[in-house]
Design a protein around this ligand. Structure first.
Ligand code: ADP
Length: 267
């Protein structure tokens, strides 16, 4: 079991630029073992924050990227058929509960409804995970904590967490970092010069202003980091921006033209 915990330990300190007092607030939530929900648009630093907190708290981290095909068994575990019988294989949630990891379910809303129900008994005073098929009840390790991420922008009436699930978590609101912080994140992550980092942030701001006016979501910090990485690899900045910041986010010719013009004006 110890080996498994070692395998999931975050061994190198991830670079994380705090936006406010979220580090202290998370520590308080962890100390009370409260389940945590981090909300915000894609690529704004939610996963990096959790990785950093796992490192700081010295706890193993098990991350699960949720998708629409994911079932409760994918999280909890299943029997595998083998030549001489069957063998039980713990899923990531069961492993995290056993070894005392922070279990981060990224974009939980994407997963099927039955998956949200299996997390319920882990999120209240019981801190238990029933493995129904195996007939076992896991009592979570004292260090175990559940964290979910949630992008409010994607939610619709069809796809949203139920109040009975939401009201089991404390919440953190994340958003793209303020301009000066975002520029310093881009510069630190990639080594790009400060002037280009500031220009990239301006392109980001131009795109974010189009949210709801033709764009579903603005350019993420992640994409700005990609553009800076290309610039650092000596790609022409205009090409880097088009490739990393415009092409992935929209196929609409008018919006592409608007963003391309913004890039020409800024660089
Ligand atoms: P998501 O919100 O989708 O989980 P990530 O945490 O993966 O986003 O962030 C995407 C990228 O943006 C990271 O890989 C990192 O390069 C950068 N980033 C965003 N915010 C920060 C931050 N506060 N400190 C350091 N890097 C950040």
């Amino acid at each position: 079991m110890t080996n498994l915990a070692e395998q999931y330990r975050v061994t190198q300190e991830p670079f994380y630029q705090p936006q406010a007092n979220e580090v202290a607030l998370y520590e308080a939530a962890y100390n009370a073992r409260l389940p945590v929900m981090v909300k915000g648009p894609t690529g704004c630093g939610k996963s990096r924050f959790i990785e950093y907190m796992a490192f700081k708290l010295g706890k193993p981290l098990i991350t699960v990227a949720c998708n629409e095909d994911m079932t409760a068994s994918d999280l909890v575990g299943r029997y595998l058929l083998e030549a001489n019988g069957t063998r039980w294989l713990d899923g990531p949630l069961a492993t995290a509960a056993r070894i005392g990891a922070i279990c981060y379910l990224d974009e939980i809303v994407e997963a099927r409804q039955d998956t949200t129900v299996v997390i319920h008994p882990l999120t209240d005073h019981r801190r238990q995970l029933p493995l129904d098929k195996k007939g076992e009840l896991i009592q979570a390790h004292p260090d175990f904590q559940l964290v979910i991420s949630y992008n409010p922008g994607y939610q619709s009436l069809m796809k949203d967490l139920k109040q009975s699930t939401k009201q089991r978590f404390v919440g953190f609101d994340f958003d793209y970092p303020a301009a000066d912080l975002e520029a310093s994140i881009i510069a630190t992550e990639t080594g790009v010069n400060k002037a280009d980092a500031v220009r990239l942030v301006k392109v980001g701001a131009a795109a974010r202003a189009l949210k709801g006016h033709g764009l579903d979501e603005g350019i993420s910090t992640r994409l700005l980091v990609y553009a800076a990485t290309l610039i650092q690899a000596e790609v022409n900045p205009l090409d880097a921006c088009r490739m990393a910041l415009v092409r992935p986010i929209t196929d609409d010719a008018d919006i592409r033209a608007t963003l391309d013009h913004a890039i020409d004006a800024i660089f």
